[in-house]
Design a protein. Sequence first.
Length: 196
Amino acid sequence: MLNSKHFLQRVAAGAAVALVTCVLVADANVLRGWFTAGSKPGEFEAGVDAGHAHEGQVSAFLKSKQSSVDGFGTLMQSIRAEQYKGKRVRLSGFVNSQEVVGWAGLWMRVDQGKDAIAFDNMQGRPIKGTTAWQRYAVVLDVPPEATGISFGILLAGTGEVWLSGTKFDVVGMDAPVTSTGDNNLPEKPVNLDFTE
């Protein structure tokens, strides 16, 4: 089984790994429309925390059940891409964290069949430690060939995160894409003679 670092690296690199087929689903009925998954979903729990609201809005939580976790869990949804093809979409929400050892982040992946064609999990701008409520967002393009979109919040390692005020919406092309994948590759080969 892949550990969280290798799994996320493979997905982020665009490998033909689909989150839904590579992970174990721990509880398909956590919250209506949401389910838990990850490399070690059984080591995490999720639910609603009405007592930990942000600006009056109830939050969902994701937390480790063990004092040590070598893997990650996620609270997520998967939807068909049909109505979002050719558009740019944003997943946003307010996140609060407590004692996150490892890292956490919002994430979104656009698939074509079993292949990930766009991905961002905030690994390059992670949530760590204990933080106050802060708004985060991931933005991706949904190409015409896309078949599915998956998104949620993940926690790698131990700790707890809360998510509130979650939105999934279409944004204009002026909203920058947050993916750290192929969009940041150079336009052409560089330093082929190793002199720079």
